[in-house]
Write a protein that binds this ligand. Structure first.
Ligand code: CMC
Length: 392
């Protein structure tokens, strides 16, 4: 019994009020604090977007310098963290490692677990934005058996991350500015996306008063699924499986077949019923990166472009308003940059951390905040009496 509204998947329930991100799914619009994603990605950098999401306004030059310095100041992780890593099997998925390591930060930074102190909340936010690239790069290095590379704080956020991933002690590493800019843009595109599954998870976890590191670890766990952040990995695996343009019709037919669970990965979105604005910028970035690396003829890119062309003119996809989402092109780009598929969702988590933390902080500061406690429509047995095992 009960008088609750049944809304599986929360398609028509607003779980909070928020001033951070606005999406118009029918028009394909995404705004952060009112600024269009296209303008932020074209003219700004990732840390500026972080500042905007956290504080509500774009920083002045002095504020930006100070913010960049404060984030940079926290890039190292506690040295004992490196021993934590060695507890994982070498072949562990880097997302499994991230779930564990980010949650473990609560054991290293006790001061930042006091969520009642606004100053500590901000320190926790800066720590997480700063340490995620370091942890993500460590997860990657551990995975491939190379030594960890420490952060170098005179580099910008994206360049520092690329260096921690791809530098080795025996060779000089020079960051390619085109790749660094592309990485930064990919981070901007993933920074926040209002009340998606992982962000709602972070808010729900945080609503009980749990510490921010533990809440972000919960968000990472939720992001891992193939219907959410794991779609970039799944999309690239799908493009690889399709392999050649002549196989596309077969996969399109499978995606349309009600009796086949196969879906076109990187297509469709709960909110966008139009082209995902992030996918457009992502596609442009893909061309820039592949051009820079001399991979313009990458067969995966040919498959992706043809698949998109066919799907966008197909009755089924038009009727269901299924368009490419951000994950459709991001995998090709990340692969060309040298990342294995298992790292794709880790990069998404790295960038989304600022969105999670901004939404968490907004919730904590909201005077209406209460513990999240959904109700249910009970469909089980009515009350009945216990039967001793000898009589069952
Ligand atoms: N391929 C084929 N058919 C699809 C697809 C697809 N990718 N996506 C949705 N449909 C069909 C679905 O079968 C359903 O048909 P019907 O009404 O006949 O049963 C209809 O479209 C509506 O789908 P839904 O699953 O009810 O929609 P949803 O809002 O619950 O799911 C989604 C949204 C993103 C999970 C889904 O579109 C999907 O599984 N896409 C593939 C995975 C993907 O690319 N995810 C990344 C999302 S963007 C980044 C992120 O959030 O992390």
């Amino acid at each position: 019994t009960g008088t609750f509204t049944y809304d599986p998947g929360f398609t028509s329930t607003a779980s909070c009020e928020s001033k951070i991100t606005y999406i118009d799914g029918d028009a394909g619009i995404l705004l952060h604090r009112g600024y269009p994603i296209e303008q932020l990605a074209e003219h700004g950098d990732f840390l500026e977007t972080c500042y905007l999401l956290l504080y509500g306004e774009l920083p002045t030059a002095a504020q930006k310098k100070d913010f960049d310095y404060r984030v940079t100041h926290h890039t190292m992780v506690h040295e004992q963290m490196s021993r934590f890593f060695t507890g994982f099997r070498r072949d562990a998925h880097p997302m499994a490692v991230m779930c564990g390591c980010v949650g473990a930060l609560s054991a290293f930074y006790h001061d930042s677990t006091d969520i009642t102190d606004p100053h500590q909340r901000m320190v926790a936010s800066l720590r997480m934005i700063a340490k995620m690239p370091t942890l993500a790069a460590m997860a990657y290095k551990y995975h491939i058996g190379q030594p960890f590379v420490y952060p170098q704080n005179n580099l910008d956020y994206a360049s520092n991350f690329l260096r921690m991933c791809f530098a080795v002690p025996c060779e000089e590493y020079v960051v390619n500015p085109v790749l660094s800019r592309a990485m930064d843009r990919i981070f901007i595109l993933h920074a926040d996306h209002e009340q998606n599954a992982s962000t709602s998870t972070v808010r729900l976890a945080g609503s009980s008063g749990a510490n921010p590191f533990a809440c972000i670890a919960a968000g990472i766990a939720c992001l891992w699924g193939p219907a959410h952040g794991g779609a970039n990995e799944a999309a690239l695996n799908m493009l690889t499986e399709i392999g050649t343009v002549d196989k596309i019709p077969e996969y399109i037919a499978r995606a349309k077949d009600k009796n086949d669970p196969f879906r076109l990965m990187g297509f469709g979105h709960r909110v966008y019923k139009n082209y995902d604005p992030r996918a457009k910028i992502m596609q442009k970035t893909t061309h820039e990166v592949l051009g820079e690396l001399g991979h313009k003829d990458d067969p995966l890119l040919q498959v992706a472009m043809e698949l998109e062309r066919i799907a966008l003119t197909d009755e089924y996809f038009i009727e269901k308003k299924l368009y490419p989402n951000i994950d459709f092109y991001s995998g090709i780009t990340l692969k060309a940059m040298g990342f294995p598929t298992t790292m794709f969702t880790v990069l998404f988590a790295l960038a989304r951390t600022v969105g999670w933390i901004a939404q968490w902080a907004e919730m904590i500061e909201d005077p209406q905040q209460r513990i999240g406690r959904p109700r249910q429509l009970y469909t089980g047995e009515a009350q009945r009496d216990y039967i001793p095992v000898s009589k069952r």
